[in-house]
Design a protein around this ligand. Structure first.
Ligand SMILES: Cc1cc2nc3c(=O)[nH]c(=O)nc-3n(C[C@H](O)[C@H](O)[C@H](O)COP(=O)(O)OP(=O)(O)OC[C@H]3O[C@@H](n4cnc5c(N)ncnc54)[C@H](O)[C@@H]3O)c2cc1C
Length: 616
């Protein structure tokens, strides 16, 4: 027992002794006798500590590597999830689009059917009238048929046939009817609200169109929106200053020095606002609609205008609700703000001689593809191999490099294009528009295969710029295409902007190519100067409304010339097809801009000549 106890005590003591010191030199040490002097012991301790430190470092490295792996996995999972969500959203959007198309087709069919029915009834009525004089007996029979037709929903007001019987149809009354609640209709409504004019807006779509078409509104547009109480909202929710318009040569990337630039980031020479607001059209329309005062204005969505008629003191508008129900509204005036292919001009005024005419000054007509992209910022976690992280760039700096803040007009004789951000910076939206050349198919050019060929060279930077051997492309998986489709652009305006009690404004009366950002603002100008005239016209039945509207159109046409001039100026720089002429022009501008005051005057852009002065 005694022996056993001693053995156990010895073993315990041995265990307490701790780790053996590595007093032996490493293997490569072959130097003679070994002295375990205090220094050696100290060195041995240091070696032990060193080893432990290395162990810890290794452990740390491993855990960091595991962290990075985990982050990568999470990021990958997030990307997969995002893609899944995007696919699901795309599916829903497609289904919605399909349903919309089907509804539109059904509606078109119904309108065609109704129109056919109407034509038949008119023919029948005419025949009846003719035969009535020749064969009185037959006439009685036919008359019966016409009476039936009237019972079926056809009525003639002042000789003009409309679709519905006033007995069966719900009819209400207002002072002004507006067809279309795009930017023009919404701004007109907001102004009529301020002037306390009763009105109803009929809008075909159930919701605001989500496709951002216009992206630039000039300072006059900002001023007009401020007039209906929108300002802070514009720079908070809708967009930001568009900055500088840069005219650059093609094929050399987006960061090359411009041969000419218009500085619209200042208020110099203008109305006190920055030159242009770079906006998201649906957000702007939402805010405009919020300024419609329900006391005076009522917006009826999902209401498609299908027929119009007038008598001495009124205009009657028949419209179809989303449910398919037909209704009628009577007003003193009808404003067609229903866009460039709208019903009011096409179906009602064109047969009466009002047509869209091409501008004699700017015979521009072309198809452009317009793309909207949403950009996600790449990060070191999501794209660890992206070379610019090694050089210390942050995700935000990378975004600025590839999608510059200012707006670029790419004056490439082979493929004129424009591009820039739109909406708020946080929206990360980007527009690229390029011309479709003769012989090319617009639809095909809007496909991802074709657009990538045209746009990606601008999103690939030469490696030498960063002292790298390989070119650096912006990660393609950070780009989501929201819309890509061809549009026809031309400069046209109507020969008359009103007839009787029916008036056209906005795109329904005039259209512009996209180079001057004048489409929306021109509609705003129409609306603001029409609103007070409508107020006068509805106040008194004796008002000479035809003279009022003729004066309005004459006033508007003066300004339209200015809008067209600035559009032409930008367009001509962008669309010069001759390389030689472009080369000479660029050199001329370079020399011209050596004189600072001349350069400054050029940089004022459209503000060079001050604001529009009206002769009448
Ligand atoms: C690709 C592209 C880029 C553009 N870029 C710019 C730009 O940068 N700056 C700029 O200022 N402009 C730009 N524009 C033009 C701009 O979008 C238009 O000028 C503007 O939308 C016109 O507004 P509007 O209200 O007159 O017509 P629209 O916006 O066309 O609105 C018409 C409304 O009427 C409704 N409607 C149509 N028919 C009926 C009916 N029968 N019954 C009831 N409602 C009906 C429609 O649903 C629609 O809501 C661009 C256009 C395109 C296509």
């Amino acid at each position: 027992n005694e022996g056993l106890r001693e053995a156990l005590a010895n073993q315990k003591r041995r265990q307490k002794r701790g780790k053996p010191l590595p007093l032996e030199q490493p293997e490569e040490y072959h130097g003679g006798a070994v002295f375990w002097s205090p220094r050696k012991v100290q060195e041995a301790r240091e070696r032990l500590e060193q080893k432990e430190r290395e162990g810890e470092q290794l452990q740390q490295q491993r855990s960091e590597a595991a962290k990075v792996r985990r982050a990568q996995q999470q990021c990958k999972a997030r990307l997969i999830q995002e893609r899944r969500v995007a696919r699901a959203e795309a599916r829903v959007a497609k289904a919605k689009e399909k349903a919309n198309q089907a509804a539109k087709r059904a509606q078109k069919k119904r309108s065609q059917k109704a129109e056919k029915l109407l034509q038949n009834r008119i023919k029948l009525a005419k025949k009846d009238a003719k035969q009535g004089s020749k064969h009185p007996r037959k006439a009685i029979k036919k008359k019966k048929q016409v009476a039936e037709a009237v019972g079926n929903g056809i009525v003639v007001v002042s000789g003009y046939p409309v679709l519905m019987s006033s007995t069966n149809v719900e009819t209400d009354t207002t002072d002004v009817i507006i067809c279309g609640c795009g930017p023009t209709g919404a701004l007109l409504s907001a102004n009529l609200s301020r002037l306390k004019v009763n009105h109803v807006i009929l809008e075909r779509e159930a919701e605001i169109t989500t496709d951002p078409r216009g992206i630039a509104v000039d300072e006059d547009g900002i001023r007009i929106m401020q007039g209906v109480g929108l300002y802070e909202e514009l720079f908070r929710d809708v967009g930001k200053s568009m900055g500088v318009f840069r005219f650059i040569e093609g094929g050399r990337g987006l960061n090359v020095a411009p041969f000419l630039q218009f500085d619209y980031s200042t208020i110099e020479g203008g109305t006190g606002h920055v030159g242009f607001l770079c906006h998201k059209q649906p957000a702007m329309e939402r805010h405009l609609r919020a300024k419609i005062d329900q006391t005076y204005g009522q917006l009826r969505s999902s209401s498609s205008v299908v027929a119009i008629s007038e008598d001495k003191g009124n205009v009657y508008v028949d419209y179809e609700e989303g449910s398919g129900k037909l209704r009628r509204i009577r007003g003193k005036y009808l404003v067609g703000a229903d866009g460039k292919t709208g019903f009011i001009r096409k179906k009602y005024l064109e047969p009466r001689g009002i047509i869209m005419e091409k501008s004699a000054k700017f015979r521009y007509e072309a198809v452009w593809v317009a793309l909207n992209w949403h950009i996600t910022l790449p990060t070191p976690e999501s794209h660890p191999d992206f070379p610019l992280w090694r050089l210390g760039y942050t995700p935000e700096e990378v975004y600025d490099l590839y999608f510059p803040r200012d707006f670029n007009f790419i004056c490439d004789p082979t493929r004129p294009s424009v591009c820039g951000r739109f909406g708020r910076t946080v929206d990360r939206l980007w527009r690229f528009e390029f011309v479709v050349k003769p012989g090319e198919d617009g639809q095909k050019m809007a496909t991802p295969e074709e657009t990538q060929k045209i746009i990606f060279p601008y999103l690939t930077h030469p490696g030498r710029r960063y002292v790298l051997t390989e070119n650096v492309a912006f990660p393609a998986d950070c780009i989501k295409c929201i819309r890509s489709r061809p549009f026809s652009f031309s400069a046209r305006s109507c020969n008359n902007w009103s007839l009787g009690r029916v008036i056209l404004c906005g795109d329904a009366a005039h259209v512009f190519p996209p180079f001057g950002g004048q489409g929306i603002t021109s509609g705003f100008r129409d609306a603001i100067s029409l609103s007070w005239r409508l107020k006068i016209a509805v106040r008194s039945d004796s008002a000479d409304y035809q003279a009022l509207f003729a004066g309005w159109a004459a006033e508007r046409k003066q300004q339209l010339e200015r809008s067209l001039a600035s559009t032409i100026e930008n367009g001509n720089f962008c669309n010069e097809p001759s390389r030689i002429k472009a080369f000479i022009r660029n050199w001329y501008l370079w020399v011209y801009q050596l004189i600072p005051s001349w350069k400054h005057s050029l940089e004022l852009g459209g503000r060079r000549e001050g604001m529009t002065r009206y002769d009448y």
